[in-house]
Design a protein around this ligand. Structure first.
Ligand code: GTP
Ligand code: MG
Length: 397
């Protein structure tokens, strides 16, 4: 059936004057999802030693991912990009999060990097396929969402431009995943050059038509939320510094940071890096938005996949023809509805009149009956009186 928005009919917006209760829906959703828990999957890609493991550990303030040295010991002679998945159930204020981190060691390490993206693309697609397969099962109540919700791409802090490997890789994956580019180890870039470097990166990406994650803004967002989203978005590519080391600052505070002979770089200080904004985008404010964006990307993948499997659909069953005919269809529906209502009202009216008439007739008959009764009673009284009168006259004679 054509909906109001499809047919261009305006949906009235109304404010209720009394409390009905559906304003509590967000709380219900909150309770429902909290009970079920959340799943979030982040993939980290970038050349060796750019601080991928360190950043993940900094984001979740734990030691989730082993350092490069620990891992290298176990994969000395490997010639392809590896896919290491680490899952952790973390809980904060009774909210459970199943966090999947996909690390991609070896990216950019080989002389021939042509196929550096193959295992990565395959992983992203395999996770879409697994979701699709679960959707097609008979029982869909326990779908596990292991799709990749964000891909953190680590850019070398060279201060110049993106490398061919960066561009080639991103061009291949950006349509399948939310790409969030980050400038690794940004404490090693001259702060004066940093803004220029960011601009250069954005230009390179735009020139090659590479999209990065674009947070959605809804018409229901208030000004404050919109400003916050725009602020986060404006920091892409995030210039980050990672470390879980606690350092004493010259003014006596203990902070997470990196110590240098010339001073301390604080991880959680917004003036010194974009780490806080990245955490906001990934975890604190926009995790759900990233999930929503993933749903959109998946939808396209799913359509392509089903088409490639030879599954087609008869579009004529959906009235998505031209807007003119949709409007005519809506008008005809509306008129038919009005005519039906008029007919029903007529029937109701006729029924009510008939009922009223029957009632009136009944009361009229009752009235006649009473009248007859009263007249009979009077007649009887008169006869009795006349009888008495006759008897008295007879006795007087
Ligand atoms: P692989 O797993 O080998 O690919 O490396 P990785 O990208 O996971 O890097 P890892 O986190 O192991 O860090 C490599 C080195 O860089 C370590 O010595 C870190 O201390 C250092 N490092 C990590 N993040 C930063 C940063 O933000 N700034 C600076 N200056 N160094 C960092
Ligand atoms: Mg690592």
């Amino acid at each position: 059936m054509a909906t109001a928005t499809q047919t261009g009919l305006a949906i009235p917006r109304k404010k209720l004057t009394s409390y009905v209760g559906f304003a509590n829906l967000p709380n219900q959703v909150h309770r429902h999802t909290t009970r079920r828990g959340f799943t979030f999957t982040v993939m980290v890609v970038g050349e060796t030693g750019l601080g991928k493991s360190t950043l993940i550990n900094t984001l979740f303030n734990t030691n989730l991912v082993p350092s490069g040295e620990e891992r290298l010991a176990s994969r000395e002679s490997v010639q392809t990009v590896g896919i290491d998945t680490i899952s952790a159930d973390i809980e904060e204020n009774e909210v459970r999060l199943r966090l999947n981190i996909i690390d991609t060691p070896g990216f950019g390490d080989f002389v021939n990097n042509e196929s550096a993206w193959d295992p990565i693309l395959q992983t992203i697609e395999a996770r879409f396929d697994s979701y699709l397969e679960q959707e097609n099962r008979l029982n869909r109540s326990k779908i596990v969402d292991n799709r990749v919700h964000a891909l953190l791409y680590f850019i070398q802090p060279t201060g110049h431009a993106l490398k061919a490997l960066d561009l080639e890789f991103l061009a291949r994956v950006h349509k399948h995943v939310n790409v969030i580019p980050v400038i690794a180890k940004s404490d090693t870039v001259d702060p004066q050059n940093l803004q220029r470097y960011k601009q250069r990166i954005l230009q390179d990406l735009a020139f090659h038509n590479i999209q990065t994650a674009q947070l959605p803004i809804s018409p229901y967002d208030d000004e404050e939320s919109i400003a916050e989203i725009e602020e986060v978005q404006s920091k892409i590519p995030f210039a980050i510094v990672g470390s879980n080391d606690l350092i004493k600052t010259p003014d006596g505070r203990t902070v997470r940071g990196r110590a240098y002979p010339w001073g301390v770089v604080e991880v959680d200080n917004e003036h010194q890096s974009d780490f806080v904004k990245l955490r906001q985008m990934l975890i604190r404010t926009n995790m759900e938005d990233l999930r929503e964006l993933t749903e959109n990307v998946y939808e396209q993948y799913r359509t392509q996949k089903l088409l490639s499997l030879g599954i087609t659909q008869d579009d004529s069953v959906f009235s998505q023809s031209n807007p003119g005919s949709q409007q005519a269809e809506a008008r005809a529906l509306h008129e038919a509805k009005l005519a039906k209502m008029e007919h029903e009202m007529k029937l109701v009216f006729q029924r009510k009149v008939a009922e009223k008439e029957a009632k009136l007739k009944q009361s009229e008959e009752e009235l006649y009956a009473r009248h007859r009764e009263m007249r009979n009673a009077l007649d009887q009284q008169r006869q009795e009186l006349e009888e008495r009168k006759r008897r008295i006259q007879n006795s007087l004679r």
